[in-house]
Design a protein around this ligand. Structure first.
Ligand SMILES: C[S@@+](CC[C@H](N)C(=O)[O-])C[C@H]1O[C@@H](n2cnc3c(N)ncnc32)[C@H](O)[C@@H]1O
Length: 205
């Protein structure tokens, strides 16, 4: 990892992801999480205040050391135990069927092999377990998609490999999940190219 990726990007993401405007969306993404939960791309823990009472423990998966350290304040007030348990969503160090639910917020855009990560999430979820996702991705409108394709190279360079053009729902279903709830919308306060959001729950069969 470069100096920028180790020292600058985690601070930048902590700021951007900490925007209070997205808190209602985080609350909705976390609603009904239950039991043993794996959160991929834990970042600096901005979902921690929204874990519901039914969560018994969270396995946090996050490669960036500094992001984990920036989570300290939120972790200190967490109502459920959160353990940093892995570094890479593409290869989860958990047994098959070991988790009841999974959470991914603004992370599937960045993991290099997103199909591998979704396969791993499915492997570690028990049958009937749920993936709760809140992600930006490929916009529904062609005009916005054109901008997303234009801006993707810059986004990738500046934001650690993040891309605007992943078809999130298609990726989730291709991994073998069944969509149970879904809302696709443009996030208020964001440009459309970065705010094309999918908020949903998918069930592992
Ligand atoms: C835009 S941030 C979102 C952080 C957090 N999920 C949130 O909502 O605030 C994307 C996160 O994905 C993490 N990430 C990147 N590659 C990853 C990988 N291979 N496995 C798991 N997480 C990864 C980054 O370190 C970063 O913390």
């Amino acid at each position: 990892m470069s100096f920028y990726e180790r020292q600058v990007l985690p601070r930048l993401l902590n700021r951007v992801c900490g925007a209070t405007g997205v808190e209602p969306l985080r609350r909705r993404a976390c609603a009904d999480l239950t039991g043993q939960v794996v959160e991929i791309g834990f970042g600096s823990g901005h979902n921690v205040p929204f874990y519901p009472a039914g969560v018994t423990e969270v396995s946090a998966v996050e490669p960036a050391e500094l992001s984990w350290r920036l989570a300290a304040r939120r972790l200190a007030t967490a109502r459920v135990p959160v353990r940093r348990s892995g570094l890479d969503g593409q290869s989860l160090p958990f047994a098959d069927d070991s988790h009841d639910a999974a959470l991914s917020t603004w992370t599937l855009c960045t993991i290099p092999d997103v199909a591998a990560a979704l396969r791993e999430v499915r492997r570690v979820l028990r049958p009937g377990g749920t993936l709760h996702f809140l992600e930006h991705g490929l916009a529904p409108d062609e005009e916005v998609r054109r901008w997303q394709r234009r801006l993707d190279p810059l986004e990738r360079r500046l934001v650690g490999g993040c891309t605007f053009t992943r078809p999130i729902v298609d990726l989730v279903t291709a991994a073998g999940f069944t969509i149970r709830q879904l809302e696709v919308f443009y996030q208020e306060g964001s440009p459309r190219f970065s705010g094309a959001a999918s908020l949903g729950v998918a069930v592992s069969g």
